[in-house]
Design a protein around this ligand. Structure first.
Ligand SMILES: NC(=O)c1ccc[n+]([C@@H]2O[C@H](COP(=O)([O-])OP(=O)(O)OC[C@H]3O[C@@H](n4cnc5c(N)ncnc54)[C@H](O)[C@@H]3O)[C@@H](O)[C@H]2O)c1
Length: 260
């Protein structure tokens, strides 16, 4: 297979929809074999058959469960015999609340799916990545660096992910494993559409999202997928420990209110 990711086997979590689905498409187009690991098997299978022409693997996997991740990675290794990259992309974003209104169970669920998942994929995938001198990539969020009102626990998970990326980059560099993250601001996906619906004024929030990016619009997931391909490719061979913004400049400077 030709392409920047030719012959690479990529284990991608949350590839059933949204940014993960776009990454699955971009990875396959770049020549990789993609394992779409999603809690929603039907969605993973739909990505595989509708978008990847059936090439690759769809596996049911709950990233919050160590046993489930272990089984999915074992399935990957049994099928392909190697593993070149893990992309930790699956996450949930709710609840959209300040910290004191977040329940104990909501806090634990957010951290299990958004952060402990990275522990699970690393624990079960690291030996295979050492063998391939592979890569770990995680989908962070600009809110993990900037903060966001009314979304405290989710913001904390993304901050933790960014810190983990640096620590893991240090620990795994001696094995030739690069560890990076990418950081979108907002991207139109089912997750974002749900978050918009949870806001007090969804229509004003949608308008706001279209205007926070200096480049002038809220993008679809393809912009993130292109950067993900780059970070997993040889062209990024000297980049590690980085959280790369894919944010249309949303985090830049003071802006006049109402500026488009
Ligand atoms: N959409 C945005 O605006 C935005 C912005 C910044 C960061 N992000 C991040 O991008 C990533 C993808 O977000 P999205 O908007 O595409 O989300 P999405 O909700 O549209 O898709 C998430 C996918 O993850 C899967 N998933 C959920 N829980 C899972 C679990 N326990 N185990 C395995 N799979 C599970 C879902 O089934 C779904 O297929 C997330 O890490 C999110 O935090 C999104």
């Amino acid at each position: 297979m030709q392409g920047e990711l030719a012959d690479k086997v990529i284990f991608l979590t949350g590839g059933g929809q949204g940014i993960g689905r776009e990454c699955a498409i971009a990875y396959a187009r770049a020549g990789a074999s993609v394992v779409i690991a999603d809690i929603n098997l039907e969605a993973a299978q739909a990505t595989l058959s509708n978008d990847l022409g059936g090439a690759g693997l769809a596996v049911q996997c709950d990233v919050a469960s160590s046993a489930s991740v272990q089984a999915a990675i074992q399935q990957t290794l049994a099928h392909y015999g190697r593993l070149d990259a893990i992309h930790n992309n699956a996450a949930i974003s709710g609840p959209s609340k300040p910290l004191h209104e977040t329940t104990d169970a909501q806090w634990d669920q957010l951290f299990a799916i958004n952060v402990k998942s990275i522990y699970h994929t690393t624990l079960h995938g690291i030996d295979a990545l050492k063998a391939s001198c592979g890569c770990i990539l995680s989908t962070a969020s600009m809110v993990g660096e900037l903060g966001q009102e009314n979304h405290a626990a989710y913001v904390a998970t993304k901050g933790a992910l960014i810190a983990l990326t640096k620590a893991m980059a240090l620990d795994y560099a001696p094995f030739g494993i690069r560890v990076n993250a990418l950081s979108p601001a907002a991207v139109w996906t089912p997750l974002l559409r749900q978050w918009v619906q949870d806001q007090p004024d969804p229509s004003a929030t949608e308008d706001f999202l279209n205007h926070i990016h200096v480049l002038g619009f809220c993008p679809e997931g393809d912009v993130v997928a292109d950067v993900a391909v780059f970070l997993l490719s040889e062209r990024a061979r000297f980049i590690t420990g980085v959280t790369l913004p894919v944010s249309g400049g949303a985090e830049l400077g003071y802006r006049r209110s109402g500026t488009k």
